[in-house]
Design a protein around this ligand. Structure first.
Ligand SMILES: Cc1cc2nc3c(=O)[nH]c(=O)nc-3n(C[C@H](O)[C@H](O)[C@H](O)COP(=O)(O)OP(=O)(O)OC[C@H]3O[C@@H](n4cnc5c(N)ncnc54)[C@H](O)[C@@H]3O)c2cc1C
Length: 191
């Protein structure tokens, strides 16, 4: 016997789940919706993390997919700092952190992507950051405050955007990229 039942279980606290919840309501679904995400914040857009948020030009609130009140107003239960730890599609049950079992009618798996950790000597040293979440963007901004020269490992969208943002705030940046310099790069993006 499950501890509780919901009509829609949205696993993952990113944009996909946030838009799914909104779309369900927009299309008239009036069943219960539970959105479970392991980050401390409600779902937010990550693009500002390498752009205006990193440069200190935008606040966290501006990156939220929906304002904090939206979830209550739309009868969407939001669990932050919470992981889904097990899923049984046949029984239509999920375990959430803490051991509670949830029976669902339908589930969306929107657990997103993970950072590709660099496995090289020295990768554990201080001053090395990965960019993925609000906290990592904050850490980069704090750390570069005293830096003159920053090295970005990886020169696709995110590396190039970070280099452009840090250059814009007065830092010298070097991108280290595995591709040759004259390889076709990503299309130009506006910052
Ligand atoms: C710095 C940065 C800049 C970007 N800029 C752009 C851009 O300019 N344009 C663009 O199109 N895209 C950009 N992207 C990519 C874009 O952010 C992603 O495509 C988008 O975030 C994918 O959303 P998602 O909801 O599928 O997954 P995610 O954003 O990865 O969200 C999934 C969430 O689910 C959580 N989760 C995982 N497992 C569990 C679990 N078991 N239980 C509970 N929660 C779990 C994760 O912690 C995460 O919070 C950028 C990404 C980054 C990091």
């Amino acid at each position: 016997m499950a501890d509780r039942e919901v009509d829609f279980l949205l696993v993952g606290g990113g944009v996909a789940s946030a838009h799914c919840a909104a779309e369900l309501r927009r299309r008239g679904a009036d069943g219960s919706i539970l959105l479970v995400g392991r980050e401390p914040e409600p779902p937010y857009d990550r693009p500002p993390l390498s752009k205006e948020y990193l440069r200190g030009e935008a606040a966290r609130e501006e990156a939220l997919v929906h304002p904090r009140d939206w979830y209550g107003e739309n009868d969407v239960e939001l669990l932050t700092r919470t992981s889904v730890t097990a899923l049984d599609p046949e029984a239509r049950t999920a375990k959430i952190q803490g051991g509670e079992e949830v029976r669902f009618g339908k589930a969306l798996l929107a657990t997103g992507a993970m950072v590709n950790i660099l496995r090289v000597d020295g990768a554990q040293l201080e001053g090395i950051h990965y960019l993925r979440a609000f906290g990592s963007s904050d850490a980069i901004r704090d750390d570069v405050a005293a830096a003159e020269h920053v090295v970005c490992v990886g020169g696709s969208y995110i590396g190039a955007e970070v280099a452009a943002s840090l250059t814009a705030i007065g830092k010298r940046c070097t991108i280290v990229e595995i591709e040759p310099v004259d390889a076709p790069g990503p299309p130009t993006t506006s910052l």
